[in-house]
Write a protein that binds this ligand. Structure first.
Ligand code: HAM
Length: 442
């Protein structure tokens, strides 16, 4: 008879104890860094109303939604990201919100993507967001937090870097080419986001459709290729200068000076060396309005390790009240791949503090001792086989990687004693049973 399918659904993972230990290790590091930056942990529901995501996450995420109807005929979706839920939650208490509010969260997300290296249908994210602060000091501190989360695992400058960009500069760039309408801006930002994954011919085809003017589309393509290569603020300014009259440079210079402040702040936080100015980063999600960034493994192979940016209009669009916000999320899948590659994950070994072995006549006393030790906070195992003799129990105690083996025989307990063996050193001691918990605490 054919049994059930033993593998999880495509893009989902089973977490056996070794995988769980690894996952917990990652979560603990994330949590501990977030606390050092003064973030508070929050959580929310795994399912949300479908329209929370269809309204503002952008078409890419909408295509990837796990959505269905519940028994109350509500259209709902498994969360593909945390940001809309965060905005919904914080949106309930904007009037009394502490400013800035710094919240973090570690949760499972679901996206119906084609499973591949670095991409699954279920993955965990560490999200950190600052709500209620519009200054670029918030963007800078958040980038420093993103960097610290990777440093916490022992990753160094040669292993990863941050690519920092700015949606506002892109919006100004589109203005130079006469694009002002929100819908066209959205379409062009989408094209810019996928630029490096596509052939020049197919990009130009799309540009011709948007601009409805072949010459302009070709001009835009060439100039944008140059802007994408700019790696300093001066180089960016030059690209603009070559395409627009100097009288229109005011808005650009204002933005470049804000960019300078951000870079200075990163310098003061001692993380500037991790950051490359790189306008090729646009971000797939629709709601970003300002500085955006992604973290990549050095060499830029593979999928991003993290990504985020400023989203100052999302509160207004979702809950009707303006509120500046900036945030990012790091994923566990690409991080685990990188940590494994750099051998920064410790091998898993299951172990317990004590294994209690006994002659079956002493079972009652042995179990009482096991419970006392557990109540004192030690991990304790004993054989659940009611027949197993002492020799077999001892063998099992050693294979189960116990740190100490406590033996109860009739001969020992009749004298009010037990024997303790330190498995590593092999040293054995006979100890009085009644003073055992205190003895072990020492
Ligand atoms: P995101 O760029 O869509 O941003 O995702 C952030 C990170 O989650 C990615 O860099 C990647 O490491 C991981 N990730 C995304 N999709 C997958 C997948 N299918 N499989 C494995 N890992 C994945 C956001 O989600 C924004 N909500 C971040 C944010 C927070 N922006 C502001 N606040």
């Amino acid at each position: 008879m054919k049994g059930i399918e033993r593998e999880p659904l495509p893009g989902f993972r089973d977490f056996e104890p070794a995988d769980c230990a690894q996952r917990n290790f990652i979560f603990n590091q994330w949590r501990s860094v977030a606390h050092t930056f003064g973030y508070e942990e929050f959580d929310g529901p795994i399912v949300e109303p479908l329209d929370l995501f269809t309204q503002k996450s952008g078409p890419e995420i909408v295509e990837q939604l796990f959505s269905f109807q519940d028994k109350g005929e509500r259209a709902i979706a498994l969360r593909p990201e945390m940001t809309p839920s965060l905005v919904r939650m914080v949106g309930k208490r904007l009037a009394t919100l502490k400013r800035p509010t710094k919240w973090f969260n570690i949760t499972e997300q679901f996206r119906y993507e084609r499973p591949q290296k670095g991409r699954l249908r279920s993955f965990y994210q560490f999200n950190a967001d600052i709500i209620g602060e519009s200054s670029s000091a918030a963007d800078a501190e958040l980038i420093a937090l993103a960097i610290a989360t990777f440093q916490k695992f022992g990753l160094k400058k040669e292993h990863f870097h941050v690519r920092l960009s700015d949606r506002q500069l892109w919006v100004l760039w589109l203005k130079v080419f006469g694009v002002n309408q929100e819908q066209e801006v959205g379409v062009l930002l989408g094209i810019l986001d996928k630029w490096e994954r596509r052939s020049p011919e197919s990009i130009q085809e799309d540009l011709k459709t948007v601009f409805k003017d072949d010459t302009k589309a070709v001009l835009f393509f060439g100039a944008t290729e140059l802007l994408r290569k700019a790696r300093t603020l001066d180089a960016i300014r030059e690209c603009f200068h070559n395409c627009q009259p100097s009288s229109d440079m005011e808005a650009l210079d204002q933005r470049l000076s804000e960019f300078k402040v951000l870079l200075q702040e990163l310098e003061s936080l001692s993380v500037r060396d991790w950051v490359t100015l790189d306008l090729t980063i646009v971000r797939g999600l629709a709601y970003y309005t300002g500085f955006v960034f992604e973290v990549f493994e050095s060499g830029d192979q593979g999928r991003a390790l993290a990504g985020g940016g400023r989203y100052d209009h999302l509160f207004e669009k979702l809950v009707g009240q303006p509120m500046p916000a900036v945030g990012f999320a790091a994923g566990d899948v690409t991080l685990t791949d990188l940590l494994r590659k750099q051998t920064l994950l410790r091998p898993y070994q299951s172990s317990v503090d004590y294994y209690v072995v006994f002659e079956q006549t002493e079972r009652q006393q042995a179990l009482l001792l096991a419970q006392q030790l557990r109540a004192a906070g030690f991990s304790v195992l004993y054989s659940l086989d009611l027949q197993k003799d002492l020799g077999k129990q001892q063998k099992k105690a050693y294979t189960d990687a116990s740190h100490y083996v406590i033996t109860l025989t009739h001969e020992l307990t009749s004298k009010g004693t037990v024997q303790i063996k330190d498995v590593k050193s092999g040293i054995e001691q006979v100890v009085e049973l009644k003073s055992l918990p205190e003895y072990l605490q020492q």
